[in-house]
Design a protein around this ligand. Structure first.
Ligand code: C2E
Ligand code: CA
Ligand code: CA
Length: 697
């Protein structure tokens, strides 16, 4: 058996000069293995010493003495296979090279060893790390290209190639593998001519296009897309190498954008233009009228008795009536008129190019008559009316907000005059109407600018003279619109939703005060009464608000009493009764305010188990002189006592009034005789004073 002499690799001596130069230049490692897989010779060490053959004397060594065991094992297997089948074997493997993970490809070729009968193999190892990276990278890019939801298209004009993905076919409505063309010009059939010429021009001029396009498919259907078209130039030659189009389907985005635009400018219930859109139309109409020297008018339409339908039949019926009403009015107006809903049961109509005031009168009557036709809710027939205020532009004003206000004022006047009629705005509109608008404005201002404050009026136990409660009463800062009394502004607030906001403000501020007082002085059994208006009873979210606010300030609900006027109480529909029950469930008390002015039935009083009756001031005023009033009060107190209700005499101003009500069995009083309503700081002083007195006793 021939023994191999171990010698260092030195091929130069064994090859003709030109071959050895060639082998030196090769990046590959080349060696020769004998039939048992031992190194016979090494012809090339490769460039980076792919397997570190250069620094090792390997002749006669086994593969696993030179390579890591797993690599050696694979090479050995390839070597055996190559010999067995007489065929080239290719093996890929990974191995660390200079600390970095690298990839190699080994080609094992069966060969006869020169001068020996033994069969042997030639092994050529190449570092394919860079190749593999770019191959992996290409595969990745290919996968991204193929799977992208974006439609992608690449033209390579120079070699007339085109690449496109599945999404492209889908977006452009192409059959599988149907080619879109070879140049940008071939895409013309997918776009409207004007759009395509702009597109082409931009691309030719700027080398790119980024913008919205509409793709027209062969079947005629359309789709909105965002197109990014870029031309990649060949760096050296400055010629275009590739043109790349990426299209993103934005039809859904556009739909939701459209939807958003629609909801921002339209009323959700009727689908008509909303306040915002109407105001912008009005603005434009006024400008047009100035330019073209014609007149237009704005109609402020408010339904009469609609609240009644809404309160008694519920919102669903109310909504149905509003929708029906809107469509009836539409039939009464011209196509070119702008008609919309500005909120609640209020609509606005803008009409232009009017010929004479007669036209307007005719139009207003027509609207009223269509609204007047009966509405059917279920089998029940209902009648409602419309009050319309009309302002004319540019005559009355060229300011859009002013016009709206004038039309509103005129509408209000129409209501004052008995409803279901129209009224033109005129400078000499009723003083009362003007005052109404001034107050409404003041209330809005006060709400937004902290212009309200609360005063509190004590309630006294007639037997012990001890303070038992405080009634919270609202005031508006005189600086806003001069002296304004709640008797005047509360009814105006009640005509709109302002009262709901005011009511919430009052309750929240009241709770805050109680919280503060409790910190400085323990209120003990003192109860706080808060006035609730009829509209608040109809507000289904009120009890929740009350509960949340009480929790926020950690207040005892049994110390809170809501005063509801006898009239509101009697008119409270289903919703109202539910609100009262819910407030009682929370733990709050209910008292009946202004008792004697409404017509309550004992049955209703019993049903609600209210806690207190407040006998109206008008009866107390005359109690010393009028025997009728005396008998009414006496009967009321007797009845309340029999039902276990407390009674409070309101507006007690004289000792005599106090004496009489006390004699009749009334439990408490409230009035100027003891104290006027006072601001919070004074009330705190009063409370502390009383505490001092009771402690001295
Ligand atoms: P009300 O609930 O009957 O309140 C009692 C009114 O009588 C208060 O008038 C009070 O200042 C006045 N008053 C009390 N004692 C006497 C007296 O001895 N002599 C005279 N002449 N008047 C007396 P105010 O504060 O002007 O309130 C008027 C009405 O405004 C209230 O009548 C109530 O219906 C309403 N109101 C006041 N504050 C609120 C509020 O916060 N919310 C609601 N919804 N209504 C309120
Ligand atoms: Ca009251
Ligand atoms: Ca009262």
């Amino acid at each position: 058996m021939k023994s191999y002499s171990k010698k260092s690799v030195h091929r130069n001596s064994r090859f003709p000069h030109r071959f050895s130069a060639l082998l030196d230049a090769l990046p590959d490692v080349i060696f020769h293995l004998d039939d048992r897989g031992r190194f016979l010779d090494v012809y090339s060490e490769g460039d980076g010493g792919s397997c570190r053959l250069h620094d090792r004397d390997v002749i006669g060594m086994e593969l696993d003495e030179v390579f890591p065991v797993p690599v050696a094992r694979r090479l050995k297997r390839a070597h055996t296979e190559a010999l067995r089948h007489g065929k080239l074997q290719i093996v890929d493997y990974g191995m660390k090279r200079e600390g970095k993970e690298s990839n190699f490809e080994a080609r094992v070729i069966p060969a006869e060893a020169k001068g020996t009968p033994r069969r042997s193999t030639l092994v050529i190892i190449r570092d394919i790390t860079a190749d593999k990276h770019s191959r992996d990278y290409l595969n990745l890019i290919k996968k991204i290209f193929e799977d992208a939801t974006e439609a992608m298209l690449i033209f390579s004009p120079r070699n007339e190639k085109v690449y496109f993905n599945e999404s492209f076919c889908q977006m452009f409505g192409l059959e599988c593998n149907e080619k879109p063309g070879k140049r940008l010009e071939d895409l013309e059939r997918f776009f409207a001519p004007e759009q395509f010429s702009v597109l082409k021009e931009m691309i030719r001029r700027n080398g790119n296009y980024h913008g919205e396009v509409t793709v027209i498919r062969p079947d005629g259907s359309k789709l909105s897309a965002w197109l990014n078209y870029d031309i990649l130039e060949d760096g050296e030659k400055g010629r275009e190498a590739y043109e790349i189009a990426i299209l993103t389907d934005i039809s859904e985005l556009q739909e939701s954008r459209e939807m958003l635009r629609f909801t921002a400018t339209h009323d959700g219930l009727t689908g008509l233009p909303n306040r915002r859109m109407l105001l912008s139309h009005l603005e434009q109409a006024v400008r047009r009228s100035e330019r073209n020297n014609h007149s237009g008018a704005v109609f402020f339409i408010d339904l009469d008795n609609f609240k009644y339908i809404n309160d008694s039949l519920g919102h669903i019926a109310g909504d149905a009536v509003l929708i029906e009403c809107a469509s009836r009015i539409r039939t009464a107006i011209r196509k070119s008129d702008i008609f919309g809903r500005i909120g609640g049961d209020k609509f606005l109509l803008i009409t232009e190019e009017i010929k004479s005031p007669d036209d307007l009168m005719h139009l207003a009557s027509k609207i009223i008559s269509v609204v007047n036709k009966p509405f059917y809710v279920g089998d029940l027939k209902h009648n409602i009316g419309a009050s319309i205020g009309v302002a004319i532009f540019p005559n009355d004003s060229t300011n859009r907000d002013e016009l709206l206000q004038y039309a509103d004022m005129a509408m209000y006047q129409a209501k004052e005059k008995g409803k279901n009629r129209y009224q033109f705005y005129s400078n000499s509109l009723d003083r009362k109407v003007k005052r109404h608008f001034l107050i409404e404005k003041a209330l809005r201002y006060a709400l937004e600018n902290d212009g309200f404050y609360l005063v509190f009026q004590p309630q006294i136990d007639l037997n012990t003279n001890v303070l038992t409660g405080l009634e919270a009463l609202i005031r508006i800062d005189e600086k806003i619109a001069g002296p304004l009394h709640p008797q005047e502004f509360i009814p105006i607030a009640e005509e709109s939703d302002l009262i709901l906001k005011i009511g919430r403000w009052v309750f929240q501020r009241c709770c805050q005060r109680i919280f503060q007082w409790n910190r400085e002085y323990h209120l003990g059994n003192v109860e706080i009464s808060i006035n609730l208006s009829r509209r608040q009873l109809m507000d289904e979210s009120w009890p929740k608000f009350v509960e949340e606010t009480l929790n926020k300030y950690r207040l005892d609900p049994t110390k809170i009493e809501f005063e509801i006027t006898e009239t509101a109480f009697m008119q409270s529909q289903k919703t109202g009764s539910r609100t009262i029950e819910q407030l009682q469930k929370i733990g709050c008390k209910i008292s009946i305010d202004d008792f004697g002015t409404g017509y309550s039935s004992l049955a209703t009083l019993k049903k609600f188990t209210v806690d207190k009756l407040k006998i109206d001031k008008s009866f107390i005023d005359e109690i010393s002189h009028s025997s009728t009033d005396r008998s009414i009060v006496k009967a009321s107190i007797a009845m309340a006592n029999a039902m276990g209700l407390k009674t409070v005499a309101e507006g007690v101003e004289t000792d005599d009034q106090k004496r009489v009500v006390k004699l009749m069995g009334c439990k408490e009083m409230q009035g100027f005789l003891y104290s006027e309503p006072k601001r919070a700081a004074e009330i705190l002083r009063l409370l502390k004073e009383m505490k001092g007195k009771s402690e001295k006793k």
